[in-house]
Design a protein around this ligand. Structure first.
Ligand code: HGY
Ligand code: MN
Ligand code: MN
Length: 418
C-alpha cells in the first residue's frame, strides 16, 4: 500500500473511449467541436454523461441551472461531499478536451472506487457544470456561480446574442431560472473540490512535466466595446470628413495589446471584432469589440481597465467617434487550497511522475467554487500549448495518469478532511 493507502487505478477506457464519444457530439464539419452552452449538442452530451453515471450506479440529477451531478454515497452522512468535475460546453470549433477531460476523469474515479468496493467517508459527487465558456453573449461559469449563489437576477435577465436572455437559454436546456436559488450549495455541504483540466498552455509540455499542480487561477475581466462613427461613402467622403468606426476599432485593438506588451497586465486580447456595415465601399459607422484582460493580481486588472478607458477617450477624440466600454464578467484571481494541493503532489510523487507547480492562465469553475469550498486543480499537458482550437491535444496516457492522480488525491483528501 502506498502512503495514501491507495493502490487503485482508473480504467483507461473510462477516460479515453468516453472522450472520443463526447468528441463526436457537436463535431464541427469545419473541424473541432462546437457544443455551445444550452445547445441541443450540449444537452446531448449532458444526457450521455448522465447515462454513464446511472450505468455506474451513481445517484444522478440535474439542478435548476442545468448542472449535472452523479453521487457515490459515502459512509459518513455528516461528512459533507467531495466534488470533482468540470464542464461539457465548448467555444466554437474547440478541441475535445477542454472541460470533458475533467468530467470523464472524475467519473472514472467514481467507477474505480465502485469496482474495488471502496467506500469513502465523504460522498463523492461528480459534477458537469453548465455554461463555463459564456458563449452567445452569456456570462461564463454560470453553473458554478449558481452553486455558489453568485448568479444575480440581472445576470439572468441580461439579453445576449439575438436578444435571448440567460434565463431563456437555461429554460431551453431544462432548467428553471425562477428557482435558480435551489441550485445553491451551502459551504458546510462541501468538504472540498478538485478539478482536472488540460493546461491549455505550453508550460508542462515544454518542460517535460506530466502533471501540473495549480497554485492559483487567473483573474479576468471581459469588456464589451461599442464604437459609433458615421457610415458614409468610401469613394466620395474626404479622409478629414470621416468618423470611421473601423479606424477607431483598429486603434482600440492596439491599445488593448499595449496593456500587456507594456507590462500592465499578463495578457490582454481583443477576441471579438465586428463592423456593423461590413462592406468594402462603406466607411464603417459602427464597430463592436470583445476584450479579455487577465492577471494574477486584481488591482493590476483594475488599473489596466482605467488605463484603457483613458486611451479610448483619446481615440474617440482623435477619430470623432463615440466609444463606450461596458465591463462584463469579472473573476478575481484565487489561490488553490494548500492541503488539497499537497495531496496532488503526493499522488504524483507516489506514481513517480514529473510534476510542476504553475498558475492557470485560463479561467475555470474551480475559481468560482473556491467561494464555497477548498479547491485544487490537476493539469495534464496540452501538446504545443494549443487550446480553444481543433488542434488541441493531450497524450491519452497523460489523461489516464491525470485521472489516477485525481483518484489518489481524492482518496487522501477523504481520509484527511473533516
Ligand atoms: O476563458 C477561459 O479561460 C475559459 O476557457 N473559459
Ligand atoms: Mn475553455
Ligand atoms: Mn475549460
Amino acid at each position: 500500500m502506498t502512503s495514501s493507502g491507495c493502490d487503485l487505478a482508473v480504467a483507461a477506457e473510462h477516460v479515453v473511449d468516453r472522450l472520443d464519444a463526447l468528441a463526436a457530439i457537436g463535431a464541427d464539419p469545419a473541424g473541432g467541436v462546437t457544443r455551445l452552452a444550452y445547445s441541443p449538442e450540449d444537452v446531448h452530451a449532458r444526457e450521455t454523461v448522465a447515462r454513464w453515471m446511472a450505468e455506474a450506479g451513481l445517484q444522478v440529477w440535474i439542478d435548476q441551472a442545468t448542472n449535472l451531478f452523479g453521487r457515490l454515497p459515502g459512509s459518513d452522512p455528516g461528512a459533507g461531499a467531495l466534488l470533482s468535475g468540470s464542464h461539457l460546453d465548448s467555444v466554437t470549433r474547440a478541441g475535445a478536451l477542454d472541460g470533458p477531460a475533467g468530467v470523464v476523469a472524475a467519473l472514472a474515479v467514481a467507477q474505480a472506487l465502485c469496482a474495488s468496493g471502496t467506500t469513502l467517508r465523504h460522498d463523492l459527487v461528480v459534477v458537469a457544470f453548465s455554461n463555463e465558456e459564456g458563449t452567445r453573449g452569456t456570462p461564463g461559469m454560470v453553473g458554478s456561480k449558481a452553486m455558489a449563489g453568485l448568479l444575480t437576477p440581472e445576470d439572468l435577465a441580461r439579453p445576449g446574442d439575438g436578444a435571448v436572455t440567460l434565463a431563456e437559454r437555461i429554460r431551453s436546456a431544462g432548467g428553471d431560472p425562477q428557482r435558480i436559488a435551489d441550485a445553491r450549495w451551502s459551504p458546510d455541504r462541501i468538504a472540498g473540490f478538485i478539478e482536472l483540466h488540460i493546461e491549455q498552455g505550453p508550460v508542462l509540455h515544454s518542460e517535460g512535466a506530466r502533471i501540473g499542480v495549480v497554485t492559483e487561477v487567473t483573474g479576468q475581466l471581459s469588456v464589451a466595446v461599442t464604437i459609433t462613427g458615421e457610415a458614409n461613402h468610401a469613394g466620395s467622403t474626404p479622409m478629414n470628413h470621416r468618423r470611421d468606426a473601423a479606424v477607431a476599432a483598429a486603434r482600440v485593438v492596439l491599445a488593448v495589446e499595449r496593456l500587456a506588451t507594456d507590462g500592465h497586465v499578463r495578457v490582454a486580447t481583443t477576441g471579438v471584432l465586428g463592423l456593423r456595415t461590413g462592406a468594402r465601399n462603406v466607411v464603417a459607422g459602427e464597430a463592436l469589440l470583445g476584450v479579455d484582460i487577465r492577471d494574477g493580481r486584481a488591482e493590476r486588472i483594475a488599473d489596466a481597465y482605467a488605463r484603457l478607458d483613458r486611451e479610448v477617450t483619446d481615440i474617440a477624440r482623435r477619430t470623432r467617434t463615440l466609444i463606450t466600454l461596458t465591463p462584463g464578467t469579472c473573476q478575481s484571481p484565487v489561490a488553490t487550497d494548500r492541503r488539497l494541493t499537497e495531496h496532488i503532489i503526493d499522488a504524483a510523487d507516489e506514481l513517480e511522475v514529473p510534476w510542476l507547480e504553475l498558475p492557470s492562465g485560463a479561467g475555470h469553475d474551480a475559481q468560482v467554487m473556491s467561494a464555497i469550498a477548498p479547491m485544487a486543480m490537476v493539469f495534464v499537458p496540452s501538446v504545443g500549448g494549443v487550446s480553444h482550437s481543433p488542434d488541441e491535444a493531450t497524450d491519452p496516457s497523460d489523461l489516464v495518469l491525470g485521472a489516477n492522480v485525481l483518484l489518489r488525491a481524492l482518496v487522501a483528501a477523504d481520509a484527511q478532511l473533516p
